[in-house]
Ligand binder design. Sequence first.
Ligand code: SAH
Length: 367
Amino acid sequence: MKPILFNFTETELNEFVAKLGQPKFRAKQIKDWLNRGAPNFQSMKNLPEQLRQDLDACAQTLPVRIVKKLESSDGQTTKFLLELNDTEQIECVLMRTSYGNSVCVSSQAGCAMGCKFCASTLLGLKRNLTVNEIYSQILVAQWELRNDKLSNKPIRPNGDANNDDVSHIVIMGTGEPLQNVENVIGFVERANSDMGIGWRKITLSTCGIVPGIKKLTEWGRPINLAISLHAPINELRSQIMPINNKYKLEEVLNAAFEFSDLHNRQLMIEYILLGKKNSSGEVELFNCTSELAEKLSELLKNKNCMVNLIPWNAVDERDFASPSGNAVHKFQDILIKNGIHTRIRRERGQDIGSACGQLRLNNAKGE
Ligand code: SAH
């Protein structure tokens, strides 16, 4: 297997370049390109052609390789299917928005959590990603933004055209970040120090691993925390999220508010709206009845949080259904009436494999 130069220390890269009979400054040039996300050696324009060819023959750039790239019809969202060195696959998504360029990264190949509505967990957990594998996903996005600029693509809707770097990170791709908490923290530290991405522009989403949340509290950086709640009572939550058998709703929320209150941040609550088809094919509300909206309001009353309502993205293998727009608004209205901050999440790039994990899954099935 060819060595991955991005994983080399400075000394290792210097030695590698010396062995190819090259002066030391080439190592610095290569490192600069790698830090900008160069996917191959051919794009390293200040290296001599012969060296680029030699490097292509004996080394790799990043620990991820783009297998598939899909762009939404409005050009604002790009979804990448990436292959790791051991052929595992992950996804990451670049979203060009009016407030900046946001990248959704994966923290694991696959997922062990078994949530009943999610595509990412259908093939089980393969492994944790390394810091470099997570970090490379933002480099892939950064390189894409560079290409936008070179091809004069209008960068963002109503955006500040001068800011064409990755500005926001959401750790909401495949995997449960708090099952890989050491590497995720290493990644966030690095995104902050090397890419200058502010703590407050980084959001970590978890299904509720309480020891992991406590670890974030000890770590002490003021990132945003999102909790995938999806039900306001334990009985229902355990039916759709097996992790709830281990860490109960109240325990998860206590740990989460301890974290967000410490940093004076609003806690984000993710709430997917699920329906189920009955025998006559009609969609019945599953976790989004009026009664459950009242229960959710009680649970979050007077707390500093924002509820993101997410209409479910269909996953063929899962027997849920999306509730109607009316049902979604009715659920939201009850929260608003009860003084709970809430918004309906605008889904991006639905035309390019909507649900998280879908791209990897379909590729594994050969579609
Ligand atoms: N494991 C972490 C992060 C990955 S999932 C977590 O559970 O938070 C990111 C978000 O997408 C979670 O809120 C998750 O519940 C939600 N999600 C999963 N499948 C979805 C689907 N089919 N439609 C809409 N949202 C989904």
